[in-house]
Structure formats: structure tokens, C-alpha cells
Ligand binder design. Structure first.
Ligand code: 5GP
Ligand code: ZN
Length: 112
């Protein structure tokens, strides 16, 4: 086990507020939500950043899982945002790939 917070969640050592899980991905509620709905979808394998992601099937599964969870959270009608923050300029804080789903309020553009 690496000293990675999200790997520990994927392994079940730390238990987040899980909304979905299968053999490849885990989705859970962000501990510091920036919108009424704020879910993170992560691969269960350790991939540090989007720059290191080279598995197209996994990439597709992350995206389709996010879209399905957004529907299930009731976000389809008004819409929502998905975000991969990548490295320093992207504002990435946890270096285990995660796809943010943000919704339930009007989001603004451009981001800060
Ligand atoms: P980043 O800035 O890396 O794109 O986003 C990291 C996200 O992980 C942040 O939104 C932060 O609130 C969330 N986060 C950090 N630690 C924890 C934790 O222990 N549990 C949960 N559920 N979310 C966390
Ligand atoms: Zn990890």
C-alpha cells in the first residue's frame, strides 16, 4: 500500500461517503464540497495525474460513470461540470487521478 489517500479509499482502508463502486472505479462525496453536489470519481489503480493516464477504456469508464452519477443525482436537466485538475497550474492537490462532478448551483466561467 502506497502512502496515497485515494489508494487507501480504493482499498477500503479509509471509508469515504461512497456513492458508487465497481472493480475499476470508486465514487464518493468530496469532504469539502464546492457545490450542493460534489462527487469525486477515481480509478482504483494508482494513476497520479491526467498526464499519466494511458488507459483509454479506464478514461471512458471514468467519464461515463460520472455522467451516469450526475443523472442519478438529478443534475441532467440543469447541467453540471466535470473537472480534472492536472498538476500545479491546474490546482491539483491530491496526486491520485480524480474526476470532479460539481452541480446543484450555477457555476461560473472562467474559473479562477
Ligand atoms: P484537487 O484539488 O486535487 O483536484 O481536489 C482534491 C479534492 O479532494 C478536494 O476537492 C478535496 O476537498 C478532496 N479531498 C481531500 N481529502 C479528502 C478526504 O479525505 N476525503 C474526501 N472525501 N475528499 C477529500
Ligand atoms: Zn493512489
Amino acid at each position: 500500500m502506497t502512502d496515497c489517500l485515494f489508494c487507501k479509499m480504493a482499498a477500503g482502508v479509509i471509508k469515504p461517503d461512497t456513492v458508487y463502486e465497481d472493480n475499476k472505479v470508486l465514487a464518493f462525496r468530496d469532504i469539502n464540497p464546492q457545490a450542493p453536489v460534489h462527487i469525486l470519481v477515481i480509478p482504483k489503480t494508482h494513476v497520479a495525474t491526467l498526464d499519466e493516464l494511458d488507459d483509454a477504456e479506464l478514461a471512458g469508464h471514468l467519464l461515463l460513470t460520472a455522467a451516469r452519477l450526475a443523472r442519478e443525482e438529478g443534475l441532467s436537466e440543469n447541467g453540471y461540470r466535470t473537472v480534472f485538475n492536472c498538476k500545479r497550474h491546474g490546482g491539483q492537490e491530491v496526486y491520485h487521478l480524480h474526476l470532479h462532478i460539481l452541480g446543484g448551483r450555477q457555476l461560473h466561467w472562467p474559473p479562477g
